[in-house]
Ligand binder design. Structure first.
Ligand code: GDP
Ligand code: MG
Length: 752
């Protein structure tokens, strides 16, 4: 049936078209039109051709089919049988690529034949594999993308034996085309364009049922879909959102020509319009369902199709941002990933147990230094990288380099974790060892009794600890890995050693302070004891006792006590200072130590005095003092009382003199100033650097610690009024007894 040219040129008509005669055009388009030639040039006569074929006035009433598949798989042959087209086919003699670029032809069967849809436009696409184009797979990618973007039905033509083969079934190419289609045409479109992927399986022998082949292909497709990178917003899209699937198997054309032709005839009947619910999607697996569903149509009016197709082609060809990976790159990615996984197995075998060990240690809070970690890490890293290099470097350079960096990143992330955990373990154990070693050396020093050099011990242990850490860190440095650097960790370690050292020095200061306090205690015990003993002698005052002129031992008791005390403490202070400085305590630390020493020494003195004035002790001293006065004359000669002697007078004088001691003893008071000793000034203000811990064990001192609410005078009370009164009563009783005895002795003439 000859279609007539439209009488009036349409809007889409160009001048070229207008000058071409109808019959000449018909002849010129016997084989259809080459829409895109092998130089990727879009044919400006497409519109003319659609005119010639009378498609232009069809509005939406036309359909577009493309074929996709490896070279020489009988694509053109199939189309020619299905649509009576005359696409060039390879002669059986010369195995050479025939179809170049993209050809289009209108269905040559009579409209309505077998119920076929009107205006079916068929595109015959140059076969994939690019065998004759060498490595340039650019065209096959672009043409496949063009077919996908424009066609309602994409016939995927494959041999039965290609099913399940990644390369053979063009899965790699499909993947790229899907990916790019999403990026380029689907991403921003309002409605999701849907196409039918119609798998035509050629040379089907029949031993494997179509159903099985179909399942294999569907599985491969969904795997492929999950592996493609999707634009944001479409990450969760499924392949079914964009494609429906149909499958048909054809017998061998050469071996079973009749059967082949019969099946193809049957197949042609499927190119009918269908009206299934567009929301129902998925598999069209019933043998005779129509393939043209409304949802596949791109909704471009026929007179705009040429412009539309050209603009799509322009986008595909001119999109500079679009970096289509070549087959080589795809292969390289695939193989590099595979090799990466393979080489990681050995790496995991070595490294995972170490990671587990560290995790276990961390769980029980006992990080340990793993011996040989460094050599294991070095060996595992260089092995994994070397093996990857050996196996993967022959693939596409760019991909290889990127994948190598990826692998290195993965490996190094794990090694770095091992490295840092090991450093943390070395740090922890190093600090513990250091503390223990210093304490141990101090103990040994103390046992020997010699004055050990604390600063020296610390320095020796510190440099040992640093050396050990550095050695452990150096041992796990990974060659060629810039991250395996431990200078920061070493600094932290050094800092903590310093902190621990200063802590240990503080403890050492406390020990020193305790020793010095003990020394102060023993000195004061001795000296103060002696001073109080001297009270036993009441004589030595110049002049008569009744004048109240007391001997120095009594009068200046507290002055001497104060002087003894301050002298002793000041000796202790210089010893403390000298020792503390020797182990490099800071000035602040020394200052605090001295302040504490003075306060504690005062406490020692106070308790010593309290011991001296304890009832039994002080009464004994008063008795001695009294007897000394009563029983001896001023020359120190023992008195023999005679009845004529003024025993009573002597007794009264001696008793009064001794009684006068009680108030004198009751208060720490300097005779030189007739005031309390300047304890507050002597102790001094608390140093600014004093800490709560430093004050923890200190008893408050009246007149020094204001918060105490006790004055200096109160602090200096040695015996309370009540105690004095009590002491007085007891003393008097005791003196009375001595007197009675003397009196009795005199009367009886008994010598003392
Ligand atoms: P195209 O490159 O995919 O378009 O393949 P052609 O249609 O040019 O055919 C390539 C060769 O395969 C030709 O020699 C055909 O005769 C042959 N051929 C076509 N269809 C079939 C078929 O179904 N089975 C076999 N075994 N050969 C076929
Ligand atoms: Mg062909």
């Amino acid at each position: 049936s000859i279609t007539k040219l439209p009488s009036a040129p349409s809007l889409m008509m160009n001048s070229h078209f207008a000058s071409v005669g109808a019959d000449a055009s018909k002849d010129a388009y016997e084989h259809g039109i080459q829409v895109i030639d092998e130089d990727k040039v879009f044919n400006q006569n497409l519109s003319t051709y659609l005119h010639v074929e009378n498609v232009i006035p069809a509005g939406f009433n036309y359909h577009l089919i493309s074929v996709f598949g490896s070279q020489s798989t009988g694509k053109s042959t199939l189309l020619n049988y299905l649509f009576k087209t005359q696409f060039g086919v390879m002669s059986e003699q010369e195995r050479r690529q025939t179809t170049k670029g993209i050809w289009m032809s209108k269905n040559k069967r009579a409209a309505g034949e077998k119920g076929m849809a009107e205006n079916i436009l068929v595109m015959d696409v140059e076969g994939t594999d690019g065998r004759e184009r060498g490595e340039d797979q650019d065209f096959e990618r672009k043409s496949a993308l063009f077919a996908l973007a424009t066609s309602e039905v994409l016939i995927v033509n494959i041999w039965e034996h290609q099913v399940g083969l990644y390369q053979g079934a063009n899965m790699g190419l499909l993947k790229t085309v899907f990916e790019v289609n999403l990026q380029l045409f689907v991403k921003d479109s309002k409605t999701i364009p849907k196409s039918l992927l119609f798998f035509v399986i050629r040379d089907h022998i029949g031993t494997t049922p179509l159903k099985n082949l179909q399942n294999t292909l569907l599985q491969d497709l969904s795997k492929l879909w999950s592996s493609i990178s999707k634009p944001s917003g479409l990450e969760n899209s499924r392949i079914e959102d964009y494609f429906d699937f149909a499958f048909v198997a054809l017998p061998h054309k050469i071996l079973q020509p009749e059967k082949f032709e019969a099946e193809v005839e049957k197949l042609s009947t499927r190119f009918r319009e269908g009206y299934t619910d567009p929301k129902k999607s998925g598999l069209i697996d019933e043998a005779d369902l129509p393939v043209f569903l409304p949802q596949y149509h791109r909704r471009i009016p026929a007179d705009g199709f040429a412009v539309y197709a050209e603009s799509i082609w322009d986008q595909i060809v001119n999109n500079k941002d679009l970096d289509l990976p070549t087959q080589q790159e795809l292969l390289a990615q695939f193989r590099c990933d595979e090799i990466s996984r393979e080489v990681m197995i050995a790496f995991d075998e070595k490294i995972t147990p170490l990671e587990d060990k560290q995790a276990d240690d961390a769980r029980i809070g006992k990080p340990t230094v793993i011996p040989d970690l460094g050599s294991v890490m070095n060996a595992a890293r260089s092995k994994v990288l070397k093996e990857f290099e050996t196996n993967a470097s022959r693939y596409h350079k760019g991909v290889y380099t990127r994948k190598k960096a990826e692998l290195e990143g993965k490996v190094d992330t794990r090694l770095k974790t091992l490295f840092q955990k090991q450093l943390a373990a070395a740090h922890k154990s190093g600090i513990e060892t250091f503390s223990a070693a210093v304490s141990g050396a101090v103990k040994t020093g103390q046992k020997k009794g010699a004055t050990y050099d604390f600063a020296d011990i610390v320095e020796t242990q510190k440099s040992e600890a640093l050396a050990k850490f550095e050695q452990e860190a150096q041992a796990i440095v990974v060659e060629g890995a810039p991250w395996s650097n431990y200078s920061q960790e070493l600094n932290l370690y050094r800092k903590e050693l310093d902190e621990v050292s200063s802590q240990l020095r503080k403890e050492e200061m406390r020990r020193l302070a305790t020793r010095i306090e003990r020394w102060v205690r023993s000195r004061l015990d001795e000296f103060i004891g002696l001073e109080f003993n001297r009270l036993g002698s009441g004589r030595g005052g110049s002049g008569a006792p009744e004048t109240g002129d007391r001997p120095a031992s009594e009068k200046d008791l507290w002055d001497r006590v104060w002087t003894l005390f301050t002298d002793t403490v000041s000796q202790a202070e210089s010893r403390f200072e000298e020792r503390a400085k020797s182990f490099s305590a800071s000035n602040d630390e020394v200052e605090v130590g001295l302040w504490r020493l003075r306060r504690k020494s005062w406490g020692v003195l106070r308790s010593k005095i309290e011991e001296e004035v304890m009832e039994g002790n002080i009464l004994l001293k008063l008795r001695e003092n009294f007897e000394d006065r009563f029983r001896y004359d001023d020359l120190g000669v023992p008195r023999i009382w005679r009845p004529t002697d003024d025993i009573e007078g002597a007794y009264t004088r001696a008793r009064e003199a001794t009684m006068g001691l009680i108030p004198l003893l009751a208060r720490f008071r300097l005779s030189s100033t007739d005031a309390a000793p300047p304890l507050d000034a002597w102790i001094g203000e608390a140093p600014a650097s004093v800490s709560a811990a430093d004050e923890d064990d200190l008893a408050p001192i009246g007149g020094v610690d204001e918060a105490e609410g006790k004055s200096l005078d109160e602090e200096m009370v040695v015996m309370s009024e009540a105690k004095q009164a009590d002491l007085l009563v007891r003393f008097k009783k005791m003196a009375d007894a001595v007197y009675v005895e003397a009196k009795r002795g005199a009367l009886g003439g008994v010598t003392q």
